[in-house]
Design a binder for this molecule. Sequence first.
Ligand SMILES: CC(=O)N[C@H]1[C@@H](OP(=O)(O)OP(=O)(O)OC[C@H]2O[C@@H](n3ccc(=O)[nH]c3=O)[C@H](O)[C@@H]2O)O[C@H](CO)[C@H](O)[C@@H]1O
Ligand SMILES: [Mn+2]
Length: 349
Amino acid sequence: MESSRRKTKCCSLHTVTFLLVTLFLVLFGTGFRILGSSMLGSRQAGVGKSGELDGLQAVEPSRMVYGQPKVLTPCRSNVLVLTPWLAPVLWEGTFNTDVLNEQFRLWNATIGLTVFAIRKYMVFLELFLQTAEKYFMVGHRVTYYVFTDLPADVPHVPLREGRRVEVLKVPGALSWQEVSMHRMEMISNFSQQRFLHEVDYLVCMDVDMKFCDHVGVEILSPLFGTLHPGFYGAAREAFTYKRRLQSQAYIPRDEGDFYYAGGFFGGSVVKVLQLTTACHQAMVVDQANGLEAMWHDESHLNRYLLDHKPTKVLSPEYLWDRQKLGWPPVMKKLRFVAVPKGHLDIRGS
Ligand SMILES: CC(=O)N[C@H]1[C@@H](OP(=O)(O)OP(=O)(O)OC[C@H]2O[C@@H](n3ccc(=O)[nH]c3=O)[C@H](O)[C@@H]2O)O[C@H](CO)[C@H](O)[C@@H]1O
Ligand SMILES: [Mn+2]
């Protein structure tokens, strides 16, 4: 009797000890993991505190745990993930945001975003900036370059740390086609004067849009374009390229890789400077010859990106129109979508 009670006592003592040890290990383990992940940046960037070794400093190797890329299991089987010139095509499921963020944070790159809000298009700017603060390059340094004829009307949107708005005053008395086309000229001029000295990358976007999901450093590359949502499944003959032989934007029917959208392109400042300068010059030549491409700047962008292959191509997840196109299952995320606009109303002066 006595021995069985002692046995029970002994057992419960063991159980308590076991539980305490387990609790200690779990807490210690979790604490260590939290500490480890929060220290990842500093460990990668520098040296451990106790890392003095005979006057030499020992650098702890960085450690990051994430799912293994599987050689025999393609990340997406129903979409093109690589162009014939080996540029990645960005779709949800093809990249790991944590890995990319870690790489870019070490480098501390600054991203410039150019957006035009001229005349009535100012109405789109507040939602654009608010949603950009939620989804665009979160955790990185961002400068929004707002080109406008109405500097006093630029909304004051609360910004995260390391982010700012720069207002650039430009003339406003242009038709909407002219505004759209003059963007190339203005981005080119400001790239030379300022952007080259202020930011590492430029991302150029339409303003009549809002962010709905993550758009991060995965897009950054020397030169990138975005698949137009209306043509990603179409044959090249159906693309609305400029088909007049005399135009600088001319593309024959048996040429063309993709139809890129005018509303989202970018790259390093040098590459964007080259692109916008070339497109602007091509438009000047066309104008002198009495030609205006049907899709204006977009036609010239397409000609340029055919000759200068982009180093990354963004899928239509990055530029979508839900009103026109719904939400097909191939789009796992809709990241940046059109805000409906009454064309005649908004485009009038
Ligand atoms: C999503 C997309 O790929 N859009 C392209 C498409 O039409 P969109 O119909 O999207 O062109 P749009 O009316 O949005 O004009 C392009 C952009 O120019 C700016 N703007 C325009 C007029 C104005 O009065 N004030 C002003 O600020 C504004 O930033 C606007 O977002 O084709 C255009 C050329 O025809 C451009 O290539 C656009 O980038
Ligand atoms: Mn637009």
